[in-house]
Design a protein around this ligand. Sequence first.
Ligand code: SF4
Ligand code: SF4
Ligand code: SF4
Length: 251
Amino acid sequence: MTRPKVAFFDFTGCEGCQLTVVDSLQTHLDLLEAVEIVNFREAISRRDDDYQIAFIEGSCSRPADEERLRGIREQAALVVALGACAHMGGVNAIRNRQPLQDVREYVYGERAGWYDTYPVRPIGEVIDVDAIIPGCPIDGEEFIAAVKMMLQGRMPELPEMPMCVECKMSENICVFTQGGACLGPVVRGGCDSRCPSVGVGCEGCRGLLEEPNMPGYVEMLAQHGLTPTDIEHRMTLFLSHPLAQLEREGS
Ligand code: SF4
Ligand code: SF4
Ligand code: SF4
């Protein structure tokens, strides 16, 4: 039986999602027998341009990325965004909040002009994406489950359960009642409310809900004596790009 050919590609990111893939495959050797990995810079030296499933880590951050992304899209039957950078710009999109030239000069000093970087975008703004595996980094088990679904001809879907629901089901004490702050009411669950379960507010690495109730969230912040500005750093760590989109849409 012919095994589906799978390729992994990296754009702007820290490669933590690819490392999670490598790590999770070590305990799921059955998957390595079910697929043929033909391109995965971080793990193998093979470089084939013939594949059916492409996993893409990282965001689009320069003009040359667009052509490369389109080339992958043309080849692959299925394209999967791997992690917060590919899914929604992730931490890279923090820089979109500053003038680009200031950011370039801050990082590269007098060599700022050498780099053709531009505002960060999720890959879904350049090419069609068939599925998203969210998180920063992705969850290894969620990745394995998604690959198994695809091999069965099904596509993984993003859970739309708010983090707060998952958190309540875990019987956590809300961090707001302990003087903390959390993005749980407006972000997607699916990680077993990992951060609130250890007493730390969620920072939204899995992305905003499809229709986040931002006015309700702002009202709730006010009830706890907070404003969106008070938790701006938390809100913009992963969500700079989606929040800017909401702002543009006037939501
Ligand atoms: S989503 Fe997080 S772990 Fe994955 S590449 Fe981006 S910064 Fe790294
Ligand atoms: S800790 Fe966060 S996720 Fe949990 S209930 Fe409170 S706001 Fe919601
Ligand atoms: S609780 Fe929030 S920040 Fe923590 S892993 Fe889950 S989505 Fe990411």
